[in-house]
Design a protein around this ligand. Structure first.
Ligand code: ZN
Length: 412
């Protein structure tokens, strides 16, 4: 395993990429790509068929043509009715405040007059516009809300550990988001948990073709949420240089499955029961709740104002993905639109060339939080690059700040 050096004093910020490189064009990355949506071979779970079309595009064809959405909707009706009025709440709705969870909450409250407990796991980077959206949504819909924020000292340390081990610092957020609501389900003895979009929209871990409802359970948690690192593993990894109470990691631990089974829990995604169209969903919550999109670092705002507005570290996450895998969020978004026939290939390529491969200004904050220099950060990320992609740090150009940049938390 990589030896981790944990700096005790934060290092001074590194200068941004020198301006002389700013105009340099990105080289065309020599990766095999889906003939339809452009996703590259370094994408998680991707496979290409004889026509060069990826399995995620094929899932979409299946979803559009062969899923009986009327039957699926009836299944949801039955599910909701079978749990209604029997517990402290009809269901738990895990809620980030992004377009998917906001749509889910809005839909369930209006379509079913359900009484939910909204559970929000605070990852530490909620942006001002998101908080304003949340408050508006909760007031307009009239719902009970539970918000949980884990220990920031612990969050910083495990972000560094996950970055070094896996090149992915979001371990605390992803494990917390998916495990904390399950703890709440047990505490409130509320067995039905309803999430938003199913993972089969984006990856092939689960397949629409299997025609089973994807359960958001421990199997799924261990398959692709926790990066193969349990909270117990994490405790062992940080124990030599970090003082903490073992209970500090409880919010990132999946609860005992026997307890969940005893509760007769069901943990499902609304998007398994009704067709999921992010653009339509975002427009609907804008109209009905006044939900506002936001600028996100290195994303074309005019086209995707609703995407990943939850977290001010999103720019760093996307940047790391680019350095590891040779693509970023723009590629993912244009892939969805290419699949849906809403954009042309030339326009997608233009957007990718313009917006990807830029250094997000939020990287300065991230380095401050975890106590790394940029050179150390680059070295760590380079080690986790997914072959055949290799990052070219000299080709990186500076990205633009978002308007709320100065309001994000600083350590000093
Ligand atoms: Zn594809």
């Amino acid at each position: 395993m990589t030896k981790i050096r944990v700096p005790h004093e934060p290092h001074t910020m590194q200068p941004a990429v020198p301006a002389k490189r700013a105009s340099r064009q990105l080289p065309v990355l020599p990766l095999v790509r889906c003939a339809r949506c452009g996703l590259p071979e370094t994408y998680e779970t991707i496979e290409f068929d004889a026509q060069g079309v990826c399995n995620i595009c094929r899932q979409k064809e299946f979803k559009d043509a062969q899923i009986d959405w009327t039957a699926r909707k009836s299944q949801l009706d039955e599910l909701v009715e079978s749990y209604r009025g029997k517990h402290e709440y009809d269901c738990i709705i895990p809620f980030s405040g992004g377009k998917d969870s906001t749509f889910t909450l809005n839909y369930l409250v209006k379509e079913y007059r359900i009484k939910p407990l909204v559970v929000q796991f605070d990852h530490g980077f909620m942006r001002p516009n998101l908080l304003a959206n949340n408050e508006r949504t909760f007031r307009k819909l009239g719902v009970d809300v539970l918000r949980f924020t884990p220990n920031w000292r612990v969050v910083k340390r495990v972000m560094l550990e996950a970055l070094v081990r896996k090149g992915d610092f979001c371990w605390h957020c992803h494990t917390g988001i998916f495990s904390y609501p399950m703890h709440v389900a047990l505490k409130f003895q509320t067995p039905l948990i309803i999430w938003g979009e199913p993972s089969s929209e984006y990856t092939a871990y689960y397949d629409y073709k299997d025609d089973v409802i994807e359960e958001v359970d421990e199997t799924r948690f261990n398959r692709f949420v926790n990066l193969g690192i349990t909270a117990e593993d994490m405790a062992g990894m940080i124990a030599s240089d970090f003082t903490f109470d073992p209970r500090d990691l409880t919010p990132f631990t999946y609860p005992n499955v026997r307890d969940l089974r005893r509760l007769k829990y069901r943990s499902v995604c609304l998007g398994s029961f009704i067709p999921w169209d992010v653009k339509k969903n975002a427009e609907l919550i804008r109209q009905e709740l006044g939900w506002q999109g936001d600028r996100v670092e290195n994303m074309p705002h005019d086209l995707y104002p609703y995407e990943k507005i939850e977290c001010w570290m999103q720019g760093v996450r996307d940047y790391i993905k680019y350095l590891k895998r040779g693509y970023g969020r723009v590629t993912q978004m244009t892939a969805l639109d290419l699949r849906g026939g809403r954009i042309g290939k030339a326009e997608a390529d233009r957007l990718i060339a313009e917006y990807e491969g830029r250094r997000p200004p939020s990287l300065d904050l991230f380095l401050e939080y975890v106590g790394l220099t940029e050179a150390e950060f680059n070295e760590i990320v380079q080690k986790t690059a997914v072959a055949p992609f290799e990052p070219d740090f000299d080709a990186i150009r500076p990205g633009d700040k978002t308007p709320d940049f100065d309001r994000w938390y600083r350590e000093r």
